[in-house]
Design a protein around this ligand. Sequence first.
Ligand SMILES: *Cc1c(COP(=O)(O)O)cnc(C)c1O
Length: 427
Amino acid sequence: MDNLKQYYQELGVDSKVYDYVNVIESGLKGRFEQLDAVAELNQLKVLNAMQKYKISEAHLGGTTGYGYNDIGREAIEAVYADVFGTEDALVRPQITCGTHALGLALSANLRPGDEILAISGKPYDTLEEVIGIRESKGSLAEYGITYCQVDLLPNGSFDYEGIQKAVNERTKLIHIQRSKGYASRPTLSVDQIGEGIAFVKDLNADLIVMVDNCYGEFVEEKEPSNAGADMVVGSLIKNPGGGLAPIGGYICGRSDLIEQCSYRLTTPGLGKEVGASLGVNRQFIQGLFMAPTVTNAAVKGAVFAANLYEKLGFKVIPDGKESRHDIIQAVELNDPQKLIAFCEGIQKASPVDSHVTPVPWDMPGYDSDVIMAAGTFVSGASIELSADGPMKEPYAVYFQGGLTYPHAKYGIVMSLQRMVEKGLLEI
Ligand SMILES: *Cc1c(COP(=O)(O)O)cnc(C)c1O
C-alpha cells in the first residue's frame, strides 16, 4: 500500500488527495462485487460463443480485394449474433462508426412513405442529419421517409399514451436509444426497453424495433435483443470493440433485416458476400473477448467518480447509488475553471498525449466552446478514458471509458488533483 502511495506521489498526486479518494473507494467494495458478477457472466457468454463457433487461428487472419469466403469475418458475425441472441449480424470495418451503423440500419429497412417513430425522445445528435430532423443533404427525409417523436415522461418512462396516439398506418420502425447520450434524461434499462417493445408489438406486431445500443453493451447481463428488439446497433470503438477494434460498427438482428442492411452496405446482389476484412479480424474477435471486462472497468470508474464528486458536493448524473445502464458519467462543476482543470487532469493521466494541454475551442456543430480531453490508442475511441464538456452553464463534464479500472481511477484522481493544486477546491 505504501508503495502504491509512493507511485501516486511520483505521478503528481498529493498525499491528502490520495488519502481522500481511498476512503471513497473502500466504501465501494460491495458495489464493485456486483459489477464484477455482471462482467463474469458476460465473459462466459462471449467465451461460450467463441467456442461454439470453433474460433481458430485461421479465423484471425484477413482477406484483401473482394473478400470472398472470409471465414474469419463470417465466424465473427456468427459469434456476435450468438452473444446478442439474434438470428444474424453484420460486423464490419466498412461500417465506419456508430452513426453509420444506425444510418445503415434505417436506410436499408425503410422505403419512401414509411415513418420512423422515436419513442425515447430526440435521438443522438448525429442522427438528426441522418433522419433529416435537421435539414441535411442525403437525409432520409429527402427520400420521403418521415419522422415522428414521443418524448419520455418527466420520470424517465415511456409515454404509452403518446406512443399509442403517434402510431399510424405509415409507422414502420420504432427507434429506442438505450443510453441518454448527452441528454439529461436517465438511461433506459434493458427491462424498461423490453416493456416498451412489448407495448409497441402489441399495437402492431409488424413494427420493426431498432435499439441504438451505443455505450450500453455488457453493462447489464442482458442486451435489448434479449428483450425483443429486432435490431441492436452500435460502434466498435465503444464497448464491444474492447479497446482493440480500430474501426467498425455492428448490427445484430432478425435475418431478413440484416440481409437488407448487407445490400445497403455493399450492393444488391453482393450483400454479405464481399467486404475484405483486411487485418482487423484478430482485433475484432480479441476485442469482443476483452469487452466485458473493459466495460466493467469503465463502469467502475464512473461509479467511483460519481461517489467522489458527489461527496465533494457536486451534482452527479447518475448519482453515486443508482444502478448503471451505460458507461457515461456527468458531473456538474458549475465553474469554467473547474471544467478545464478536470479535463487537464484526465489528459495528464493518459497513456498517449499526456504532455498536451486541452483548451476550449469553437468546435463545428456546437453552440458554445467545447473542451475535450482524450489520450487514446484508437483515435476518438470513447471506451478509452475521455472527457468533454461545453463551456456553458452548468459547466458539466461528461466522461466515459477506461480500458482498465486502475487507469480510470488514476484519471479521476488526477482530475481532482488538478482542481486542488489550482486552488479551485479544498479537501
Ligand atoms: C456515440 C453514439 C452514437 C454515434 O456513434 P459514433 O461512432 O460517434 O458515430 C450514436 N448514439 C449514441 C447513443 C452514442 O453514444
